[in-house]
Design a protein around this ligand. Structure first.
Ligand code: PMP
Length: 350
């Protein structure tokens, strides 16, 4: 397994939700809705009306989570309930009914069991699960939809930047925000569409990804505060030894890996954490180490950050190595799971 790409697996899951005719005031439009029982079916195309709300208006939210093999060949899901909660919150941001938390967890388990032959051997990657909830109602004008689909597919993957030497990643800071106002905390497709061209332009210049800024902080390097990359949260270790990461807010995606890193750093490694805005100037002057965190990125050390042609190199990945060792250890069963993050999945015998 090398890198983060799609390999079609065997079984997908589909459920439908129809809120029925709009009877004004008769229901909570953000309720769970009436989700059908759903089916695990062979991987197939999904039929869609050309007028489906998702196509014109981007009414779609998704998640990304991983199952990994432990050293005994068992399979472990990482923080599935947190992903369920974030999926629900994202759906509600786009005025879509959320998929119930317990059902989400059992659907994900069911997907892992049914696709268990695709879970790579321990230490050789993971099975990535991609739940997507989107509006299928044919609708011409912009407005809340009443018919939705929830699908889950799975693909074996390696980390996004797997097999790269330490600190080989280069990030370009862009003078722009990542997310539309009100959408930054939601995993909605629109946020990714909004940055695609900018990310590709940076990649064409040889960068691996970009760092966005909080537009409210202004655009001079003294004041400009960073937020995150196109798919990962950002951490900076200062010369003081403190670990700084931008605080949650409308321009920051609430990464589950970010939360895991904060807890491991604080509770296992005894590192002092500061969740606060951090300016580019401070990173350039006092930053010793930078790393990025995400389900797909894992905990990735950064070698260089560039802004408007000035670059800063980072010469250590000491903290990243310590934290990744604990998180991988918990995910694969090499270490105890003091946080209750892991759920063991029983395989379907063939
Ligand atoms: N920021 C953005 C913009 C992301 O897309 C992701 C990946 N979902 C993250 C941060 C990291 O989130 P997580 O650790 O939950 O994967």
């Amino acid at each position: 397994m090398s890198g983060f790409g799609l390999t079609q697996t065997k079984i997908i899951y589909r459920a439908a939700c129809d809120l029925g005719p709009d009877q004004k005031g008769s229901e909570d439009p953000l309720s769970e809705g009436a989700w059908s029982e759903g089916n695990f079916i062979e991987w197939d195309e999904i039929g869609l009306s050309p007028a489906a709300g998702v196509l014109s208006y981007g009414l779609s939210v998704f998640e990304g989570l991983k199952a990994q093999r432990d050293q005994n060949g068992g399979i472990r899901l990482f923080r599935v309930d947190e992903h369920a909660r974030r999926f629900a919150a994202s759906a509600q941001t786009l005025l879509m009914p959320f998929f119930p938390i317990d059902r989400f967890c059992s659907v994900i388990e069911g997907m892992v069991r049914r696709n268990s032959s695709f879970v790579p051997a321990s230490g050789e990657g993971s099975l990535y699960l991609r739940p997507v909830l989107f509006a299928v109602e044919p609708k011409l004008g912009l407005g809340r939809c009443r018919q939705f689909s929830m699908t889950v597919y799975a693909s074996p993957v390696d980390d996004f930047f797997s097999h790269r030497p330490e600190r080989s990643l280069r990030l370009e800071v862009l003078d722009r925000e990542r997310a539309a106002p009100g959408l930054g905390a939601a995993k909605c497709s629109a946020n990714y569409a909004a940055v695609l061209a900018a990310v590709e332009a940076s990649r064409a210049k040889g960068f691996n990804d970009v760092v966005f800024i909080d537009p409210e902080s202004g655009y001079s390097s003294q004041q400009t505060v960073v937020t995150e990359t196109s798919g990962a949260n950002l951490f900076v270790r200062l010369a003081s030894g403190h670990l700084v990461t931008p605080p949650l807010g409308d321009q920051l995606f609430p990464g589950i890996t970010r939360d895991s890193v904060l807890r491991v750093a604080r509770e296992v490694l005894g590192i002092t954490i500061e969740e606060r805005p951090i300016s580019l100037e401070e990173i350039f002057e006092a930053g010793d180490e930078v790393f990025c965190t995400g389900t797909a990125w894992s905990v990735a050390s950064i070698g260089e950050i560039e802004h408007r042609g000035s670059a800063k190199q980072f010469s250590t990945s000491e903290t990243q190595t310590l934290i990744l060792n604990v998180i991988r250890g918990v995910q694969t069963g090499r270490l105890e799971d003091p946080f209750g993050w892991v759920r063991k999945v029983g395989e379907v015998k063939r």
